[in-house]
Ligand binder design. Structure first.
Ligand code: ADP
Length: 212
């Protein structure tokens, strides 16, 4: 995996991949950034990713996955993405800082355009508005929410509280105080100080987390 641009986003991504034992080639034109990460990634190299020769020397064209994590410098992001596409890299991921930026990346042929600031803003809005402890929304109006259970589902097996038909959500997992999460089953009995993870349509998960 190649990560180009080791700013806040690229750095955190590269370190997370390295933590999971993925071999990571990190590239940035700033020597201080490269120096900082040299012990933590498989390779951290100083190079200008808008230069085809520089990328070829690092054998970037031989990778099948690459991430362009340059955001602020639009020109550098586009030139870099364009080179990766022309190399025929199968999975190019790129961070976009605006809708227009994302559109250009898509037009170039970037397969996965991500909008970290925009997505995080939306996610935090859901957390701020509701009583959720954590929130992930997938495509097609489907979400998973971590929340405190409402009193209506306490102290009886999930099968009898009929959460699916009454609230349109499924309780996926449950966490007792001091323990880790386990899968919920129809026999699971939720207690007041447990935490639950529920899945369902976005609005249904939100409404469920707002019940007391
Ligand atoms: P973030 O908001 O995640 O910090 P930035 O866009 O500010 O993202 O940071 C991008 C990183 O990409 C910086 O560390 C910068 O040095 C690097 N970068 C920018 N242009 C190039 C380039 N042409 N070649 C290599 N690295 C670059």
């Amino acid at each position: 995996m190649v990560v180009i641009g080791l700013g806040r986003f690229g750095r955190s991504l590269a370190l997370e991949l390295a933590d999971e034992d993925t071999e990571v080639l990190g590239i940035d034109e700033n020597p201080e950034v490269v120096q900082l990460l040299s012990g933590s990634l498989t390779h951290a190299v100083r190079a200008d990713s808008t230069k085809e020769d520089a990328l070829r020397q690092l054998a970037v064209h031989e990778f099948d996955r690459a991430v362009v994590a340059i955001g602020t410098d639009l020109e550098a992001s586009i030139l870099t993405a364009s080179l990766l596409i022309s190399f025929g890299i199968e999975n190019v991921w790129a961070k976009a800082t605006s809708e227009a930026h994302g559109r250009i990346l898509t037009q170039l042929g970037v397969q996965h355009v991500v909008y970290p600031e925009h997505d995080m803003g939306q996610r935090v809005a859901h957390l701020v508005r509701g009583r959720m402890l954590d929130y992930i929304e997938f495509e097609d109006d489907f979400a998973m929410v971590k929340t405190d259970p409402p009193t209506a589902i306490l102290d009886v097996p999930l099968s009898s509280s009929a959460v699916r038909t009454r609230y349109g959500i499924t309780v996926v997992a449950i966490k007792r105080p001091g323990e880790g999460f386990t899968y919920a089953t129809p026999d699971t009995v939720v207690r007041a100080d447990d935490t639950v993870i529920v899945a369902g349509r976005t609005r249904a998960t939100e409404r469920f987390s707002e019940l007391r």
